[in-house]
Write a protein that binds this ligand. Structure first.
Ligand code: KIV
Length: 288
């Protein structure tokens, strides 16, 4: 069998070319090396180390408490599992709000210590100069508008955005401003499909939708939602492709039964000892 050449690393020009060709871009979140490897093996183009880790992995109710140090741990794990996809790390709340200088310093840590290929920041407005400063330093930046979970309280909760003509126009203006600031792609979260279509038509960089309809240049889902690891209700834009919660619960239940019933470990899971050594062990017992 001949060795397969390693798939080449995804690049920003290739993402731009995908948009130009009309090839849909696939992005998924991941938070550790195994999930990064599985996403990469499936051929996704971008792996997002989302600050959604604050809810999916750390069990919180919001992404706001996630720290830069936590994001660095998740990012290092994902990077070790990925060889083809672009790895983008979310900048957590508080890591880019204070100043352009602080934003740049923290973006550099995610790239230098975490190994990310680029970073993602939420919002426009004050975020625009942060993005420009980070891009100026040579770090790719992905934008994120619509429902921006770090400012969910200000937005009135986890609800769809851009549902009035004025709000839709503001989103289009924000997307244009993000492109001017240097964002290489923009996540559109929880906005009407028609608004996402307009935004996509008005800018030149790829749009990646989550709850933003089919006209975006790509789609992203959160790992735990996609695989059925999320309990309780999920947003309407989530499609579950598996029920891993059920699969894992079944496996753990079988393990508990095996241990309690004495059927695990069996001979196949147990180390033996050469007969000669076993005899010496028995002799030693007699001598004592
Ligand atoms: O943190 C995250 O998972 C995200 C996606 C929802 C785009 O920002």
């Amino acid at each position: 069998m001949t060795a397969q050449p390693a798939a080449s690393k995804m690049t920003l020009p290739e993402l731009a070319a995908m948009r130009a060709r009309g090839d849909r871009i696939v992005m998924v979140t991941a938070y550790d090396a195994p999930s990064g490897r599985l996403a990469d093996d499936a051929g996704v183009d971008i792996v997002l180390v989302g600050d959604s880790a604050g809810t999916t992995v750390l069990g919180g109710t919001s992404t706001v408490p996630v720290t830069l140090d936590e994001m660095l741990v998740f990012t290092r794990g994902v990077v070790r599992g990925v060889s083809h996809a672009l790895v983008i790390a979310d900048m957590p709340f508080g890591s880019y709000q204070v100043s352009d200088a602080a934003a740049l310093e923290h973006a550099i840590r995610l790239v230098k210590e975490g190994g990310a290929d680029g970073v993602k920041l939420e919002g426009a407005g004050a975020t625009l100069t942060r993005i420009a400063a980070i891009v100026d330093a040579g770090i790719p930046v992905m934008g994120h508008i619509g429902l921006t979970p770090q400012s969910a309280t200000l937005l009135g909760g986890y609800r769809a955005q851009g549902r009035t003509a004025d709000a839709a126009r503001r989103l289009i203006d924000d997307a244009r401003a993000l492109e001017r600031a240097g964002a290489f792609a923009i996540v559109l979260e929880a906005i009407p499909a028609i608004v996402a279509e307009r935004v996509t038509a008005e800018i030149g960089v790829p749009t990646i939708g989550i709850g933003a309809g089919a006209s975006c240049c790509g789609q992203v889902l959160v790992w735990h939602d996609l695989l059925g690891l999320t309990r309780g209700s999920t947003p309407r834009f989530v499609k579950r492709y598996a029920d891993l919660d059920g699969v894992i619960a079944g496996a753990l239940d079988a393990f508990v039964q095996d241990v309690r019933g004495g059927t695990f470990p069996g001979p196949d899971h147990t180390y033996g000892m050469p007969d000669t050594e076993r005899e010496k062990l028995d002799d030693a017992k007699v001598e004592r």
